[in-house]
Design a protein around this ligand. Sequence first.
Ligand SMILES: Nc1ncnc2c1ncn2[C@@H]1O[C@H](COP(=O)(O)OP(=O)(O)OP(=O)(O)O)[C@@H](O)[C@H]1O
Ligand SMILES: [Mg+2]
Length: 345
Amino acid sequence: MIDREYRIQAWNRKRETGMQGVSREEAIGRTIFEILHRQPPEMLRREFDDVFTTGRIQEYQMESLATGELRTYRITKIPMRLGDSAVTHVITIGEDVTDWKEAQQRFAQAEKLAAIGQLAAGVMHEINNPLATIAACAESLGFKLEDVKKAGSAIPADANEYLQIIDNEVSRCKQIVDGLLDFSRPKQALKERVSLNEVIERTLLLLKHHVRFKKLTVIPEFDADLARVPQANGEQLVQVFMALLLNAMDAVGDRGTITVRTRRGTNAEEGVVAEVVDQGHGIARSELSKIFEPFYTTKAPGRGTGLGLSICYGIIQEHGGRIEVDSALGQGSTFRVLLPTVEHR
Ligand SMILES: Nc1ncnc2c1ncn2[C@@H]1O[C@H](COP(=O)(O)OP(=O)(O)OP(=O)(O)O)[C@@H](O)[C@H]1O
Ligand SMILES: [Mg+2]
């Protein structure tokens, strides 16, 4: 609490602890500018004057790296009147709202993705039928051409090639449609007791033959005593780790290192945790909220569709789990899959 001269009049015990802590003896009687010397004095003065002159509570959020990691604080400045009219003191409260904010963002993200999923499912439904028609028409045209040829007539030189192109392009569309459907409502596949370690080992085995993957160093750090996931589909989980590992491969370039780790979670809902850690190019903070959206890609056309992570999201969601990411531009990314060790539905 400070007075009109910006002198600290009260300082609570909590503010004495931690790396940024200042003892009460040191703080009381000094001005806020002396104690919070890391912050620009004009800014501090402006913030307090706002409350002194308007008499209204001010609330805002700020981010700080003071503890070594990025945390978000909600700062509330409350006017206090000892007499009857003018504000005589201002009380400042700083709350660490990082976890709360993360939960909010997670919730907003889930809602957004659910909306996109619904839209996608609708569009895909509309596109599936015309695609099937195109494929069928191309096929019967092919048969007709055969007949014409058998009857001894000449057929246009490019005709078969064009039909082949139609066929290929239709398959490509179908792949995208199937991918999107995996995101918006993954197939209700058979669920059984699955070992996460085995799933990842299987994925690594499949990737062993990949030309680019072969050059990478993969460091497995498995918790051998990991509980099994009681209701899971191994194939779908392999698909998830395949997508995560391929992304990590793209991020680290040709000769990087990827760590794949499994460990015990903190509670039954997050019973087992798998992390794919790379030291690749990382993801800018402004992009982090988009990477799970279908078709979000930063890769060259033809290199990525932007469906990988959205499919992962859909599958993990369907498993009653959660997928998280920590990333810093230029430093690398950690993708974390949390799965329940209790039956979830
Ligand atoms: N490990 C990672 N490191 C850095 N960026 C990543 C990583 N994983 C994903 N991204 C970013 O997220 C985007 C979306 O990933 P996603 O897997 O959904 O699509 P994609 O890899 O671009 O294409 P697709 O997986 O369909 O082939 C990527 O284009 C990339 O920008
Ligand atoms: Mg991908």
